[in-house]
Design a protein around this ligand. Structure first.
Ligand SMILES: C[S@@+](CC[C@H](N)C(=O)[O-])C[C@H]1O[C@@H](n2cnc3c(N)ncnc32)[C@H](O)[C@@H]1O
Length: 327
């Protein structure tokens, strides 16, 4: 594979955005869900974040309103309790040990995912698409649940991380990928948005195959608290959301992220002139979403960064018999 592993360089040059303080707060409205609230109009919640349980909030939203949904659900990692140390510096590895990632059993996890995906389907427009991202811990269960619910899978996009966490115990391969399932509501869904030219530029080779090579969220982009600790253990890269949004929506589209974390989906959506609704259950993360929007992203010229991305792609060419060959 011909991609570079000089992570910092890739991370700084690949992005479409400059982290810029616009000088004035780009506020995001925040709504606290409560038992008394029976319904929300889209106008009330558009370009805002709802603090609440997605399983309750989604039931209160009107049906068939969203053009695209991005879901980065709990992974249910079930990591062992033992402390892991880095090989050379011997510092302790911070895993994902958050309460929100814990479920009592696979059955309980499946019930949560199934309920979430059922609710989400109701609020998707007939031609909307949905992205769900996860690691090997749960992506296969999620894929089965999606198919059982009637979703029609269009692609799985493999995110190859240029700076993955090593397998510190050296007992298995370092896991350097996450999978994004991209789907429509059902097999008959037609005329969904697929921005072919963007996909070609962002995927590998001239054909834009379904592999995205980009680093984990790090550096200045990573939200840190006053003690220098990561605010959210699984904050997704801006570049990843940029690709999702550019390939599957138009300007003005309405995007839903029902498990929003620190709001990366909405943050990138705003910079790309899309509308959004975020739902997040943890008040601490909602506060950080609000802080984050005080420093909005600004889009800068698209072309140079896309060339940078292209330069790290695997080289894929069409052969005489019409197949693709990775060189
Ligand atoms: C994997 S993280 C999402 C990270 C996000 N993509 C980002 O870039 O910040 C999953 C999030 O789901 C939230 N969550 C878990 N259960 C939820 C529920 N029932 N309703 C809303 N949010 C929930 C967690 O608090 C956590 O922040």
């Amino acid at each position: 594979m011909a991609y570079t592993t000089k992570n910092e360089k890739v991370s700084e040059t690949n992005t479409l955005f400059a982290m810029e303080d616009a000088g004035q707060a780009d506020q995001i409205k925040s709504i606290s869900d409560c038992e008394q609230r029976q319904t929300y109009t889209i106008e009330e919640v558009m370009n805002g974040v709802i603090l609440g349980d997605a399983l309750k909030v989604l039931k209160k939203l009107p049906e068939e309103v969203f053009d695209m949904v991005f879901i980065d659900p709990p992974y249910f990692l079930q990591l062992p309790k033992k402390e892991l140390k880095r090989w050379t510096v011997k510092t302790v590895v911070e895993g994902v040990d958050d309460e929100w990632d814990k479920f009592p059993s696979f059955e309980a996890y499946d019930r949560f995912i199934s309920e979430l995906l059922t609710q989400v389907k109701r609020v998707m427009k007939p031609n909307a698409t949905i992205w769900v991202i996860a690691t090997y811990h749960s992506i296969f269960r999620i894929g089965k649940i999606m198919q059982d619910l009637g979703y029609w899978i269009l692609n799985d996009v493999i995110w190859v991380k240029t700076n993955p966490m090593p397998n510190w115990l050296s007992v298995r391969f370092t896991n350097a990928t996450e999978t994004l399932i991209w789907a429509v509501k059902d097999k008959n869904a037609k005329k969904y948005v697929f921005n072919k030219e963007q996909a070609k530029q962002l995927g590998i080779g001239k054909v834009g195959a379904n592999v995205w090579v980009l680093p984990l969220c790090n550096g200045k982009e990573r939200l840190k608290d006053e003690m220098g600790r990561k605010v959210h253990s699984t904050q997704k890269p801006i570049e990843l959301l940029k690709r999702v949004i550019l390939t599957s929506t138009h300007e003005g589209s309405l995007i839903l992220d029902p498990v929003a974390g620190v709001g990366t989906t909405g943050y990138v959506a705003r910079a790309l002139n899309r509308n959004f609704v975020l739902i997040e259950i943890n008040p601490k993360y909602v506060e950080w979403i609000q802080k984050r929007f005080n420093h909005p992203l600004k889009t800068i010229d698209l072309r140079p960064s896309i060339e940078m991305i292209a330069s790290q792609h695997l080289n894929v060419e069409e052969t005489e018999d019409g197949l693709l060959e990775i060189l």
